[in-house]
Design a protein around this ligand. Structure first.
Ligand code: GMT
Length: 385
């Protein structure tokens, strides 16, 4: 295959779309393509020392009259000015796909080579923005102007077709993937988590030790992080447990206040935003993801790969990721009692939890390895050029 010159427009954050963009781009570069990331800053997992990987920082000049259009216009300007790309891969419709469409129009108007556009819709760009009567038209326009569309799950494809009225458009499903050599149950330090809760007794007793729940997200309303705390409080009525929270976002103060209100504050540890935590995650007993919507749930997949069973809400693409009764449990959304019951059914039965942990690792490796997903993206990018 002829090497492509690929521009990737993505969020430089720990959210799933930024991580997928980074992992796909790095792997395309490893396959011989030239890949330039366009983002406000270096995405957390991007290795700029890797061959054929570059970063174009998109700088918003706040003193400029264009500052009100901020990142979207700055990105369009950067993409329009950059010469010689075959294709722009936009991750998330707004602003990335919109900026890509504008950049392509500018290049055409100037009589220059206009790059193709592949857009990956990730989740709330369809479910939230697509349901917004005003933003819907913008998302739909960007989708229709793209040369190819991908989504991480069949569920999101159906949502995109319905909400954005894209019945006639081919939309390829490419699941999120996980690197099993990075997200691995190997080499865990069994005392790492007990050291983080020195005030709690019983860590040395295999039967009585506190059980460890883990949650990682962007702490947005639709993640329902408060339900992880409510479930913890219910679980603690029966047995000792703790909750480790990774990530940050607008709901964090409410979540911490709720932990105090329910009397479990000393059992909740907030680690903040961090990109390297797999050794700790692999020590957890369960990963909890009570989202009210989730197109895929990359964080759940990364936990499964670490051999941590997942208790999640049965929404969106999560039933494709978590096999109920095999690699975890699925419960109705917005039901902390059901979440706690499902968690206890595993925490009270360690042999069953361990069987699920092994199945979780095996299933993540078998169904969500990077190679097929990256090859699929590569075929789509090559096909439009
Ligand atoms: O929509 C979001 O919440 C943000 C988005 C992101 O940028 O992290 O997450 C979405 O994309 C991920 C990668 O494809 C998926 O794993 C997440 O499930 C999806 N989130 C939602 O659908 C809520």
């Amino acid at each position: 295959m002829k090497p492509l010159r690929i521009a990737i427009a993505c969020f430089p954050t720990l959210g799933g779309s930024g991580i997928v963009a980074t992992e796909v781009g790095m792997r395309l570069a490893a396959r011989g393509h030239q890949v330039c990331f366009f983002a406000e800053r270096c995405p957390p997992r991007l290795d700029l020392a890797a061959p054929r990987v570059t970063l174009e920082r998109v700088v918003v000049d706040l003193s400029s009259p264009a500052a009100s259009g901020s990142h979207a216009l700055a990105l369009a300007a950067a993409l329009a000015t950059a010469e010689g790309f075959d294709v722009i891969h936009a991750h998330y419709a707004i602003p990335h796909a919109v900026s890509a469409v504008l950049a392509r129009a500018i290049a055409s108007q100037q009589g220059r080579h206009a790059p193709r556009i592949v857009t990956t819709l990730h989740g709330t760009d369809v479910t939230t923005l697509g349901a917004d009567p005003q933003m819907r038209a913008v998302v739909r326009y960007a989708a229709l102007e793209s040369d190819a569309l991908t989504v991480p799950s069949a569920w999101l494809r159906e949502r995109a077709r319905t909400l954005l009225d894209l019945q006639e458009r081919p939309i390829e499903v490419i699941p999120n993937f996980v690197d099993p050599s990075v997200f691995t149950p190997a080499q865990v330090d069994p005392h790492a988590l007990s050291r983080m809760f020195p005030q709690l007794p019983g860590w040395d007793d295999p039967l009585q030790r506190p059980r460890v729940l883990w949650h990682g997200s962007s702490f947005r309303a639709w993640k329902r992080v408060g339900d992880t705390v409510r479930a913890l409080a219910l679980i603690c009525e029966r047995r000792s447990a703790v909750l480790v929270l990774v990530g940050d976002g607008p709901e964090r103060p409410q979540v911490q206040a709720l932990a105090a209100e329910l009397g479990v504050a000393e059992r909740v540890l907030w680690l903040g935003e961090r990109s390297h935590f797999t050794e700790l995650l692999a020590c957890a007993d369960l990963f909890v993801l009570p989202s009210e919507t989730e197109s895929f749930g990359l964080a759940a997949l990364e936990a499964l790969a670490c051999g941590v069973p997942v208790v999640a809400s049965a929404v969106g693409g999560l039933p494709d990721v978590v096999q109920h009764g095999v690699t975890g449990c699925l419960v109705p959304p917005a039901d902390p009692h059901a979440l706690a019951q499902a968690a206890l059914s595993l925490l009270d039965d360690e042999p069953r939890r361990l069987r699920m942990a092994a199945a979780a690792r095996a299933d993540a490796c078998a169904r969500f390895s990077p190679q097929p997903a990256v090859a699929h993206y590569e075929r789509i990018l090559a096909a439009v050029c």
